[in-house]
Design a protein around this ligand. Structure first.
Ligand SMILES: *[C@@H]1O[C@H](CO)[C@@H](O)[C@H](O)[C@H]1NC(C)=O
Ligand SMILES: *[C@@H]1O[C@H](CO)[C@@H](O)[C@H](O)[C@H]1NC(C)=O
Ligand SMILES: *[C@@H]1O[C@H](CO)[C@@H](O)[C@H](O)[C@H]1NC(C)=O
Ligand SMILES: *[C@@H]1O[C@H](CO)[C@@H](O)[C@H](O)[C@H]1NC(C)=O
Ligand SMILES: *[C@@H]1O[C@H](CO)[C@@H](O)[C@H](O)[C@H]1NC(C)=O
Ligand SMILES: *[C@@H]1O[C@H](CO)[C@@H](O)[C@H](O)[C@H]1NC(C)=O
Ligand SMILES: *[C@@H]1O[C@H](CO)[C@@H](O)[C@H](O)[C@H]1NC(C)=O
Ligand SMILES: *[C@@H]1O[C@H](CO)[C@@H](O)[C@H](O)[C@H]1NC(C)=O
Length: 469
């Protein structure tokens, strides 16, 4: 029987067994997938997915017209599906979509893809005066004492092959895109729920805004289904930068990220790494997110029209196969956002020597709103959310930082370092972030320790129940 691979992998994962796909699962090529979605009268493997899922005890709702329409629209720019190559990575299909046929370019009718600005370097020479990290491993710049930060490579750069002997990489001129598999979307109560950053699993999502700022004032915090340990710099900015150490917290949903936001309407540019079980699995994965309207719309990665990806070297939603372990090697990556001519550009640096442009959110995505002129707040730190079992999972490495800096934290506690913002649009000179504003939802569950002088902070903790957190 031909099963959808992602569903098969999901069911096996739920049993805690390695989800390596085998040839028996079948390999649904992009052309067949798209043909099946477009031909709604004869959904092909789709119907098999649904019946297989119920026999595996998974509740898959009937696939809504809304979901099918969304997928059809997203892939509406594909000229020749048979030319699209694909691979399988940790239970998800990834398709190599021609840059000019990607969903955002097609849906928003973008005729010319923008060119990236120069990235912004750290304020204090010699850290990044020429952008160099002086060798493979990150030792320069303001890092916690004793730290050697290993840049985590993009999963596409490891020379891996999938179970079908397909290369885990995409050719030049294409971008890697996690497939909008029908069964993945159908696991959520609605398309809106799938796209959103909000509470999952509970009865009737509250739709509470998922940014730390919406946690203010203090009295409102208890109502927010998300918990935070973040630093906030209330400064007019054109983006910012940090190195994020990567961990694998045990949690239903746990994040280390950056936020650049404005109020009225609340518009955000976000990115970092996340564990999100309802979407994927237990692994930390690269993500971006945006909302133009206080979390009413917007989405993750390439899941709705929004981000225009320009590089074939990074996979949004892809796993980090290198992450830090307590007392062992520390792995991380550098992320930077830079607003330039209305476009919010993303830069990433893993094992490579420099920050490289990945793509951008065009101004039109925000309706040319206030965030396309500048952001008024930059925030950095951790976030968790509970599922219906009302348990907040681990944040960072699950270790709490104490009130004063300690040498041994460097390889046990999660952190972000080299935190600076971009004070001007037409300049590549950064400005150290003022890490004074601190938001910790509940000290019993998560902690934060800021070293303002060295421009980094430790954060994290064990989490707890909705009563204790
Ligand atoms: C994810 O995929 C990589 C590459 O195929 C593999 O090495 C790794 O074991 C997988 N991890 C899980 C949890 O399946
Ligand atoms: C898309 O853009 C082209 C030119 O850039 C224009 O001719 C065309 O009418 C636009 N189509 C839509 C649907 O907006
Ligand atoms: C960057 O600057 C440092 C310090 O001047 C120098 O050692 C290094 O070679 C430079 N790297 C590049 C790629 O120019
Ligand atoms: C970087 O770290 C790796 C792993 O610890 C090590 O093998 C390598 O020699 C280091 N490279 C440099 C340039 O220090
Ligand atoms: C996998 O593909 C390579 C070419 O990319 C080929 O040389 C090799 O024989 C293939 N292996 C199998 C098991 O099919
Ligand atoms: C995890 O991802 C799913 C699917 O995109 C999304 O619906 C959910 O809101 C995410 N979890 C949180 C807590 O944001
Ligand atoms: C909720 O999360 C916990 C652990 O974080 C997990 O064990 C449990 O299966 C999840 N339950 C549901 C209904 O999602
Ligand atoms: C920031 O954007 C606002 C409009 O949202 C504008 O009035 C203000 O002049 C901008 N500030 C800078 C420094 O560009």
């Amino acid at each position: 029987m031909k099963l959808s691979l992602s569903l098969a992998a999901y069911s096996v994962l739920a049993l805690g067994v390695n989800a390596a796909p085998t040839a028996d699962n079948g390999n649904i090529g992009f052309s067949q997938f798209l043909g099946d979605v477009r031909n709604k009268a004869n959904p092909g493997p789709l119907s098999k997915v649904i019946s297989a899922s119920s026999s595996n005890g998974f509740q898959i709702k009937a696939v809504s017209k809304e979901v099918v329409n969304h997928i059809t629209k997203m892939y509406g720019g594909i000229k020749d599906a048979s030319k699209v190559s694909s691979f399988v990575l940790n239970g998800t299909y990834v398709d190599c979509i021609p840059v000019n046929e990607q969903p955002t370019v097609h849906s928003l009718n973008i005729s010319r893809i923008a060119s990236p600005p120069a990235f912004v370097y750290a304020p204090t020479y010699p850290y990044y005066a020429n952008g160099s990290t002086s060798g493979g491993n990150y030792t320069g710049g303001p890092v916690p004492p004793g730290v050697v930060m290993h840049g985590a490579p993009s999963v596409l750069s490891l020379g891996l092959k999938d179970a079908f002997n397909k290369s885990i990489s995409c050719p030049a001129g294409t971008i890697p895109m996690q497939r909008l598999a029908v069964d993945t979307l159908a696991r959520f109560s609605s398309l809106k729920d799938f796209l959103a950053k909000q509470q999952t699993g509970g009865s009737g999502s509250s739709g509470s805004a998922a940014s730390p700022r919406s946690n203010n004032p203090l009295s409102k915090r208890a109502e927010n289904p998300h918990k935070y340990a973040v630093v906030a710099d209330y400064v007019t900015n054109f983006g910012g930068n940090s190195w994020l150490s990567i961990w694998k917290p045990k949690a239903w949903f746990s994040i280390s990220q950056q936020w650049y936001t404005v109020r009225n309407p609340q518009q955000t540019v976000e990115g970092g790494w996340t564990v999100n079980h309802s979407k994927w699995d237990a692994q930390p994965r690269l993500f971006i997110f945006y909302t133009p309207d206080g979390y009413k719309s917007g989405c993750w990665n390439l899941e709705c029209p929004g981000f225009v990806q320009t590089t074939n070297t990074w996979l949004l939603g892809g796993p980090f196969l290198h992450y830090s372990v307590p007392g062992g090697a520390q792995w991380g990556f550098q992320m930077q956002w830079k607003l330039y001519r209305g476009n919010w550009w993303l830069f990433l640096q893993g094992a490579n020597r420099y920050l490289e442009p990945v793509g951008y959110y065009p101004a039109i995505v925000y309706g040319n709103g206030p965030i396309t002129k500048n952001a008024t707040l930059a925030e950095y730190g951790g976030e968790t959310a509970a599922n219906s079992t009302k348990i907040y999972g681990e944040m960072g490495s699950a270790q709490f930082p104490a009130e004063t800096d300690r040498l041994e934290y460097h390889n046990t506690v999660a952190y972000q370092s080299n935190v600076y913002t971009a004070p001007r649009e037409e300049s590549s000179q950064g400005e150290w972030a003022k890490l004074g504003g601190q938001i910790v939802s509940k000290a019993a569950c998560y902690g934060l320790m800021v070293n303002s002088a060295r421009h980094y902070f430790y954060f994290g903790g064990t989490g707890g129940t909705t009563t204790t957190c």
